[in-house]
Design a protein around this ligand. Structure first.
Ligand SMILES: Cc1ncc(COP(=O)(O)O)c(C=O)c1O
Length: 363
């Protein structure tokens, strides 16, 4: 008998998102639950985006603009690139998936950093692509030299998250530039900068400085983090127009809702919301890093809006106890870190509550 699905689908482990607040309150019979699990913006969405969504809601009987014309023009002006170099997607997740669908075949290999953002693996396996996982350095950072050394003639795509999820670590300009030199032009480099706006590090490379020179580079960003629009599903890629034109062939005709297009256009004007979010996150990140370290937890330097907390012992029971106290964090055994929790920086009161409860649990 022919199997219903191919082996790579049968064995595919689906992505497990962070536990929702409502589900936790229902399950544990508690209220006042806080979620520090999905790297969302604790300040909420951009108010300008909310207004734009409300306006756009009156027209949802119409199909959206399939070309996302206004959003793409606004983004291009904002980023200082050409509209033909911007591709928008239903979350950056869609772009990750489309890159695989468009630029790779079942005969090709893909390289990912071991223990990095799980969606790369899920999307690759759902297409039956061969995955080569390259171990990271001891300091949790991507090992770009080892990744370059792992490139084979059949390597068609390489995913690099910078900053990385779930470790929050980043690679420097010098490291990335040396890496670019070693990647053949027919191998797509997907440089995922989902946390770009949070980074405060002089050595951090801005992917947009390179894509004109590197024809195989795709820079991916999202509205889900600093813009607080995870629920609207909106991300974008910047790349040479030729690459973008191939993604336009394989995408669905209405991949962005009219609400997402309106929100994305308006959010770029909300400089104040971005500034407050960045400040709140930087304070919180400093606080969490210092306080967790005092508890004996190893926290690599994070450049994003979350910390990777290596508890040095199985994290699952600690996660469970935190849930009972109304705090949702993210256990990451499926990333290969059974001893770690990923904790999103929240509002000051959230961070303090987390530290207080965690100290009690670990005592
Ligand atoms: C590295 C990285 N890339 C992409 C995403 C997904 O973003 P989106 O909501 O735009 O699909 C995330 C979200 O957690 C992420 O951490």
């Amino acid at each position: 008998m022919h199997p219903l699905v191919a082996h790579h689908i049968e064995t595919l482990q689906p992505y497990t998102p962070g536990k929702p607040i409502e589900e936790t309150e229902r399950e544990y019979g508690i209220t006042n639950v806080i979620k520090l699990a999905s790297n969302e913006n604790p300040l909420g969405p951009s108010p300008l985006a909310i207004e734009a969504i409300e306006q756009a809601a009156r027209k949802v009987h119409l199909y959206p603009d399939g070309s996302s014309y206004l959003l793409i023009r606004r983004l291009a002006a904002f980023l200082g690139v050409e509209p033909s170099e911007v591709f928008v997607g239903n979350g950056s997740n869609e772009i990750i998936e489309l890159l695989i669908r468009t630029f790779t075949t079942p005969e090709d290999d893909a390289i990912i950093g071991a223990g990095s953002f799980l969606m790369y693996k899920v999307a690759l396996q759902s297409h039956g692509r061969r995955i080569v996982e390259v171990p990271r350095r001891r300091d949790y950072r991507y090992d770009l030299e080892a990744i370059a050394a792992a490139i084979k003639p059949q390597t068609r795509i390489i995913f690099i998250a910078n900053p990385d999820n779930p470790t929050g670590t980043a690679v420097s300009r010098a490291e990335l530039e040396a890496f670019f030199e070693r990647v053949p032009k027919e191998t797509i480099i997907a440089l995922d900068e989902a946390y770009f706006e949070y980074v405060d590090w002089p050595e951090y490379p801005n992917g947009l400085d390179y894509f004109r020179r590197i024809p195989n580079l795709v820079v991916i960003r999202t509205y889900s983090k600093i813009y607080g629009l995870a629920g609207i599903r909106l991300g974008y890629g910047v790349m040479q127009a030729r690459l973008a034109s191939y993604l336009h062939r394989t995408r669905m005709p209405f991949n962005l809702s009219s609400l997402a297009q309106a929100a994305g256009t308006a959010a770029l004007d909300d400089v104040e919301h971005v500034r407050t979010t960045r400040e709140t996150t930087r304070h919180g990140l400093k606080y969490l890093t210092a306080e967790l370290s005092k508890l004996g937890i190893e926290v690599p330097r994070s450049h994003a809006n979350f910390v990777f907390a290596d508890l040095g012992r199985p994290a699952a029971p600690v996660y469970e106890q935190l849930l009972r106290k109304g705090i949702i964090t993210r256990p990451i055994p499926n990333y290969g870190y059974p001893n770690a929790l990923r904790i999103t920086v929240g509002l000051r009161a959230h961070n303090e509550r987390l530290v207080r409860e965690l100290a009690e649990i670990l005592r």
